[in-house]
Design a protein around this ligand. Structure first.
Ligand code: F6R
Length: 608
């Protein structure tokens, strides 16, 4: 939520900031701005506007040759969408950008009497005012930032320019993510995530919480709150700039849907040895799983739905009790965990604040926390006892696709490992399961072949008010993710129901022409789901059926049928979800929505 970038070095800053902001736009896109040292003097200039980064570019000065600046793309929290509320905010000698929420901003405003001096409704301007006040008192930017954040409650990633320090950027964070790097040829970069400066470096370090950074063209100094210098721990990513570009696709979402075979293969391949799961690349040996008696999966949104698939599969196939918890609920509950509970925290970004808070709570109750995370070095990855990375590469589109399928694949490997250790599965069966998992990239690839048919079908969906997804067992779990995809990027109300629950209330919503996406791939309940579908059809539903039947032509059952190729029951989720993702994508574009940047949403949810 909100993207921030800073650069100081041996190139003009403005193009680097604007390009970086474009890459960060998935984090927020209601307004944008930059601040820089005009003509590299002590004069700080600000350009900002409500709107997208392209609107910001239009109000920027082409002649700007500053080599040091900061930039921000906003997802509004405090104060509406307006140019006045856009960042950077200037107060006194300080220009500030911020990702996060200052919870005690009102208290700070009252304590310092800032009220009449503020020009915006944002908590960030209050933060700038506190920093500026401390700067006036202490005369040193670093000490001012440290003193200011000691008085603040909430989450923040701050980058600041101080008038008397041209060429320098000062930064500090709590909870909200920031990564940084320095190269001899280019200079120093800081941003919410690496995609913003991947053109310049694949090496970066995650900025530790409550550490002060001073960036200058010659290097980056990192120090703790007592002023002791700290050596940054650099990481390297194995993807390059093309992964963060559309590469000919009209949207990142479509590109990422197509990247799934590769993302899944990269996630599972390093963890399979002799056709069995092996997590030595993660530094995880069998002892982690040996005395596990139950599992709690914690996540939000799509990651939660991936967890639900994993949980059901592990419960059903390996007889291990697994519960799946919504992180934003879990963090305020009194969870029942014990030393034998394995807590799996699942997150694409590794920065979702509720998931992070839930992890912190879980750590007070068990020593077995395992993060399943896509972004290397992210907070959740760093704070968990163990970490397993999905290797989906950068996911830019707000709607998660390749992260989901990679997470499900990783859950499956973890499940087999637990099954083997708990003697719930024999080695030959485990090998067979793992070998089938290895073919998932091909399954997904086959399903991508339905793209044109799905696209054509969405002409029927774009005018819908409601769409219902129904299924049983794993089909119900995948239906939840399908419904989320559709609603978040098409703005059509979509809901998933366990097919057997329909007649307990929901079926009253079915009327003439209402689209029902009916999923029936689980053999043990196929007949039951078919009956449920007929019940909706009898009430006028427009049924799109996804099943393993070869030819379905019965008009009393469905209007459209997609044949799901025959694979073991546990694996059809990978096939079904591809159709659901494409259905959501083409419905969104058919309605003129940009699926990469749906309204009100941002990719990385770092506020509560
Ligand atoms: C939906 C979507 C969100 C995220 C959720 C958790 O397409 O992407 O529901 O899944 O915000 O994010 P992560 O996985 O980064 O913790």
């Amino acid at each position: 939520m909100c993207g921030i970038i800073g650069f100081t070095g041996f190139h003009k800053a403005q193009p680097i900031l604007l390009e970086g902001l474009k890459r960060l736009e998935y984090r927020g896109y209601d307004s944008a701005g930059i601040a820089y040292f005009r003509d590299n003097t002590t004069h700080i200039s600000i350009r900002k506007t409500a709107g997208k980064v392209s609107d910001l570019a239009a109000v920027c000065d082409d002649e700007n040759d500053s080599i040091c600046g900061i930039g921000h793309t906003r997802w509004a929290t405090h104060g509406g969408v307006s140019t006045a509320n856009a960042h950077p905010h200037k107060f006194g000698h300080v220009a500030l950008i911020h990702n996060g929420i200052i919870e005690n901003y009102q208290e700070l405003t009252d304590t310092y009497g800032f009220g009449p001096k503020l020009k915006s409704q944002t908590d960030t301007e209050v933060a700038a005012a506190v920093i500026s006040t401390k700067y006036d008192e202490l005369g040193d930017p670093g000490e001012a930032l440290k003193a200011a954040v000691r008085e603040m409650k909430g989450s923040f990633a701050f980058c600041a320019l101080f008038k008397e320090y041209p060429g320098k950027i000062f930064a500090i964070r709590n909870v909200s993510p920031m990564v940084a790097t320095w190269t001899k040829e280019d200079g120093a970069f800081i941003a919410s995530d690496l995609t913003a400066f991947i053109d310049y470096s694949k090496r970066y370090f995650a900025v530790p919480e409550y550490h002060l950074l001073t960036l200058s063209p010659e290097g980056i100094r990192l120090e703790d709150m007592d002023g002791n210098e700290v050596k940054p721990e650099y990481l390297t990513v194995d993807w390059d700039v093309s992964a963060a570009q559309k590469e000919g696709y009209p949207h990142f979402m479509l590109k990422e849907i197509h990247e799934q075979p590769d993302a899944i293969a990269k996630t599972i391949a390093p963890r399979i040895r002799d056709s069995l799961p092996d997590f030595s690349v993660d530094g995880i040996d069998d002892s982690l799983f040996e005395d596990v008696r139950d599992i709690t999966v914690i996540a939000c949104g799509t990651a939660l739905y991936a967890g639900m698939v994993g949980a059901q599969m592990i419960r059903e196939n390996f007889g291990i009790p697994v519960s799946c918890e919504i992180a934003s609920e879990f963090r305020y509950e009194r969870p029942v965990l014990n030393a034998h509970t394995l807590v799996i925290v699942c997150s694409q970004s590794g920065e979702t604040i509720d998931t992070l808070a839930a992890l912190r709570l879980a750590k007070t109750r068990t020593k077995k926390t395992l993060a399943l995370v896509n972004v290397k070095g992210s907070s959740i990855a760093r704070e968990s006892d163990y970490v397993m990375y999905t290797h989906a590469g950068p996911e830019i589109a707000v709607a998660s696709t390749k992260a989901y399928t990679s997470q499900v694949a990783a859950f499956y490997l973890i499940g087999v490992k637990l099954g083997l250790i708990g003697k719930k599965i024999l080695i030959p069966e485990a090998k067979e399961f793992v070998e089938t998992l290895r073919t998932v990239p091909d399954m997904v690839h086959t399903m991508l072949g339905y793209e044109d048919r799905v696209a054509a079908l969405t002409k029927r969906l774009i005018h819908a008010w409601d769409v219902f997804y129904i299924g049983r067992g794993l089909d119900y779990k995948v239906a939840m993710e399908g419904a989320l995809k559709l609603k978040e990027i098409s703005y059509i109300h979509a809901e998933a129901y366990a097919a057997g629950e329909l007649k307990h209330g929901t079926i009253s919503l079915v009327e003439d022409g209402v689209p029902v996406i009916a999923i029936s791939t689980q053999k043990n309940v196929h007949g039951k789901v078919i009956s449920n579908i007929r019940e909706t059809k009898a009430r006028g539903a427009y049924v799109i059926l996804l099943s393993r039947d070869e030819n379905v032509t019965d008009p009393a059952l469905c209007d459209v049928h997609f044949h799901i190729p025959d694979v073991p029951d546990e694996f059809t989720v990978f096939e079904v979800i591809v159709i659901c993702q494409m259905l959501a994508y083409y419905t969104s574009t058919g309605r003129g929505v940009n699926p990469d940047q749906p309204r009100n949403l941002a990719k990385s949810v770092t506020v509560e």
